[in-house]
Design a protein around this ligand. Structure first.
Ligand code: HEC
Ligand code: HEC
Length: 220
């Protein structure tokens, strides 16, 4: 009997927090603020590599409409954060979401409240495709395309894409897969899929849009 009570007590102690489930725990911006102060602040307080700064509405103008769920996926999947680099996450989903909620709360007021999550589903999906494409690009294609080496069309340079861009994305992806000139077949990355080449090419084309700012190299 005693043994049973001990084991019931033990399992209650061990599993109670788990049974509560991270998903059930309400997102908590106040806890997020403390967690933010242990790690994220290093880049975000200073805006290193264009990291959006707390309290700076301008930095968040394009991000608030994406909503916190999209931002969460972006942090997990995008190029600038360690979780996205194959290192197992050091924060739980609840912790990350609470930190993101803290960050957005610093720029939320009567004026910006309406904007949170207001972007269309298509725009949210595009944002996530571009962050993923940029991450892959940063692993496989940047060596030639960041600076236009060997005649490669350069990132963010409409002139060097003249005559290429209008072919449409499918034709461009086909060139990458087949190889051309100084670009090996598959851009030299044989393990990637056609869908991944498409994401990278979509990202490259997006850098030709007005207002694009080159990411800082030291903050990849
Ligand atoms: C090594 C520097 C660095 C650290 C540390 C860092 N970030 Fe970032 N973060 C960036 C940069 C740079 C960007 C700018 C956008 C980009 O490059 O993707 C960014 C963008 C973001 C965004 C916007 C994502 C988007 O879709 O544009 C969120 C949200 C974010 N960070 C949250 C966090 C949180 C939460 C932490 C702590 C767990 C954190 N960051 C730690 C560098 C950092
Ligand atoms: C070794 C350097 C090098 C690497 C690595 C490289 N490229 Fe290229 N890329 C080039 C060069 C050079 C061209 C121009 C080829 C030509 O038109 O003669 C080019 C052209 C392109 C084009 C335009 C194709 C067209 O139809 O005009 C795209 C899109 C492209 N590359 C995407 C990629 C992607 C995606 C990757 C990464 C998987 C990649 N490249 C990796 C050198 C490179």
């Amino acid at each position: 009997m005693k043994k049973m009570i001990v084991s019931v007590l033990f399992s209650t102690l061990c599993f109670a927090p788990w049974m509560a489930g991270a998903g059930d725990k309400p997102i908590d911006p106040a806890a997020g603020k403390n967690l933010y102060g242990t790690y994220c602040f290093m880049c975000h307080d200073r805006g290193l590599g264009h990291a959006p700064r707390p309290g700076e509405k301008g930095d968040w103008a394009k991000l608030l409409p994406l909503g916190e769920d999209t931002l969460f996926t972006s942090v997990i999947d995008g190029p600038s954060h360690m979780y996205s680099k194959g290192i197992s996450p050091i924060w739980s989903e609840w912790e990350l979401k609470s930190m993101i909620s803290y960050l957005t709360s610093t720029v939320t007021d009567a004026e910006t409240q309406q904007q949170i999550g207001a972007a269309s589903a298509a725009d949210k999906e595009r944002h996530l495709r571009l962050v993923h494409g940029r991450k892959l690009y940063g692993q496989a294609c940047f060596k030639c395309h960041d600076y236009g080496d060997l005649g490669a069309p350069k990132l963010g340079s409409p002139e060097s894409w003249a005559g290429r861009k209008d072919k449409g994305i499918d034709a461009l992806v086909k060139t990458v897969i087949d190889g051309k000139g100084h670009m090996y077949a598959h851009g030299g990355s044989n393990s990637l899929s056609e869908q991944e080449f498409k994401l990278m090419t979509e990202y490259m084309l997006s850098t030709l849009e007005k207002g694009w700012v080159a990411p800082q190299k030291d903050c990849k």
